[in-house]
Design a protein around this ligand. Structure first.
Ligand SMILES: Nc1ncnc2c1ncn2[C@@H]1O[C@H](COP(=O)(O)OP(=O)(O)OP(=O)(O)O)[C@@H](O)[C@H]1O
Ligand SMILES: [Mg+2]
Length: 297
């Protein structure tokens, strides 16, 4: 990758009372967050809680129904998409993202915000350096559509990195990688956040890897922020119980919390009011009532 060792401007995302709804149901409820980099931040939370929706509101793929997102103090509403792409790299959850292009051309697309007619050689150098850093130089001439899921994921990561953004948003970038590559990629992201001074925000379901390498964890629950802090502050049995409905214990892994899962908490002892599906909530209420009747009989 190109050397960007000079000190960058500050990089800050301020989210203020953000709300978002795709339909009449509110998905994001009053999100307020202040993220100032460089640092490595992980967003966690159950399926469907709104993690991808939140990062889509940050990079202007979606427009919040209320509240604001400020990028270095400026409302993203007033920033052009090209300017956003110069500052914010985005690595989507890529399972369905396919391009009928070679790997080099796919990654080169990430240089688009910086490109001019005379910059192709420099852009190609950056692309090849990044493929090499990710250990996928051998895939350069392959067709993107013919790669495995894990190889796709690394190519999409390369496409985000060649943007040389101040902020990098990644939606489950290691979900298709084997354990060795999950570790390698997460460590590399942590290193890049320091060396290239990037504010990296990664959505992840891998609590233990995220806890080991993140500077900060954001835990989402029911469309809001439930906890923000260091891994040791956020990854606690109490929080995991409320947010995921699992019992766990935490062991110390060289200063980072490591979760040992004990069991899922049976649905009938969780807080029924927190169950989102009306049908499921009603079914649980009916079951609870019938159990009460049985006890009284
Ligand atoms: N385009 C859409 N139209 C309507 N509803 C949507 C749309 N995209 C997502 N949703 C809904 O919004 C909610 C949040 O979705 P989102 O993709 O942000 O969840 P997530 O936290 O990223 O989940 P996961 O861990 O499964 O990726 C879900 O209930 C989902 O069904
Ligand atoms: Mg998602």
């Amino acid at each position: 990758m190109q050397d960007t060792s000079s000190k960058r401007d500050k990089m800050q995302i301020q989210i203020d009372n953000l709300k978002f709804a795709y339909t009449s149901t509110e998905i994001l409820k009053d999100i307020t967050l202040d993220l100032t980099g460089p640092k490595f931040v992980s967003i966690m939370g159950p399926n469907g809680v709104g993690k991808s929706t939140l990062i889509h509101c940050i990079n202007k793929i979606l427009t919040p129904t209320d509240g604001s997102v400020l990028l270095d103090g400026k409302d993203v509403k007033e920033i052009t998409i090209k300017e956003i792409a110069k500052n914010i790299g985005y690595v989507p959850y890529s399972a369905n993202d396919t391009f009928p292009l070679s790997v080099v051309d796919t990654v080169l697309m990430g240089r688009h915000p910086h490109s001019s007619w005379k910059s192709l050689d420099k852009d190609l150098d950056i692309v090849y350096d990044t493929l090499s850093m990710l250990g996928i130089s051998h895939l350069a001439m392959r067709n993107f559509n013919e790669l495995s899921a894990g190889q796709h994921q690394k190519v999409m990561l390369a496409r985000g990195l060649v943007q040389e953004p101040k902020i990098l948003l990644l939606d489950e970038p290691t979900s298709n990688l084997d354990v060795r590559h999950q570790l390698d990629v997460t460590k590399m992201l942590k290193r890049l956040s320091v060396e290239k001074e990037i504010l990296i925000i990664m959505i992840s379901h891998d609590i233990n890897i995220a806890a080991k390498f993140s500077d900060e964890i954001i835990m989402m629950h029911q469309g809001g922020i439930y906890a923000v802090g260091t891994p040791n502050e956020v990854i606690t049995p109490e929080n995991l119980q409320v947010v995921y409905g699992v019992e766990s214990r935490i062991v110390d892994d060289g200063g980072a919390p490591h979760v040992i899962l004990q069991d899922a908490i049976p649905m009938d002892v969780t807080d029924i009011d927190s169950v989102r599906s009306p049908t499921m909530a009603q079914a649980l209420r009916t079951r609870a009532e019938s159990e009460e009747d049985t006890e009284q009989a």
